[in-house]
Design a protein around this ligand. Sequence first.
Ligand SMILES: *Cc1c(COP(=O)(O)O)cnc(C)c1O
Length: 363
Amino acid sequence: MKSPVYNFAAGPAMLPPPVMQQIQNDLLDFQGMGVSVIEISHRSPEFEALLAETDSLIRQIAQLPDTHEVLYIHGGAQMLFSAIPLNLMGLGPKGKAQYVETGNFAKIAAKEAAKFGEIEVVATGAANNFASIPSLSQEMFDPQASYVHVTGNNTLFGTQYQEFPDTGDVPLVADLTSEIFSRPLDYSKFGAVYAGAQKNLGPSGLALLLIQKDLLGHAPKNCPKLLDFQVSADNHSMANTINTFAVYAMNLVLKWILDQGGVDALEVQNRKKANRLYQVLDDSAFYQSVATPESRSMMNVCFNLSDPDLLKTFLSSALEQGLYALKGHRSVGGARASIYNAMPMAGVEALAQFMIQFEQKNG
Ligand SMILES: *Cc1c(COP(=O)(O)O)cnc(C)c1O
């Protein structure tokens, strides 16, 4: 394979090279302790300090208001598909929540939530196979709903909310797994946002939850201890042994985000990267974008080849050029370039050049 390799995997996804280097340097000797960060107690002063620093990095990057709590939840984003309804379904008088269906993960989230209450799908993108985000207006939301759930970026179809809906007094909950900290957002408008770490934050298995404090404490009595957000808040997310390695890696990714100039600078860079690839798609009849222009994602650029028989050759030739993991999700097909925060412009440019040359040869 050609060097360097650019990793376009959807998740787990590439991490910034300086972060990987730092992990390698630190692995056997954390802060001069002579032991690894994965060998020390989560109750040690060194780890407690690391966790506290991670909290404040998150607050700084997100400009998170004091009304919101920072929690780390085990089990990844899909554990939150269960924990969100468990904790929040009791907020409204009807035990009912509204979900916007914009793709595969949105559907899984709604299906899981239906175990814990009544779920109303207020809008769906199913009619055009999730190529766009359905338009939403405040009248669509039930003021008595416990919460409204949306999926900020749809990883499989490459669509993304350009603006989030106004749900009035009903808490808005967003799964931001594949876009967290890729653009500035006003977190005061969200009751809760959550993200599995493996796309923009670090290793898999841990999820970040930023939640309005007054939404805590509403879990039913039989809620599993480790899924009760109030228990997490009372124990600094350490009601059991936290995934220390994931927190440590996230801490380094967050410092890298600040080194890049924070989310404002990353948004500029991410838009540039995405625009470069959409330009290649739009300039060509050989490739077709999956997402419609007004819903296009900055994080996952999904496309088809007009001759689907060429896909296999496209993927294998790309791999020979060091362009790794461009295959679309098995349920969607086609190709997908995941270009999260860590993907440099050079990787995007290498892919753009490859696509243009591949079309010249095969178009
Ligand atoms: C990847 C992804 C998930 C899955 O997260 P897990 O950590 O594997 O549970 C959920 N939601 C979205 C939007 C995703 O992109």
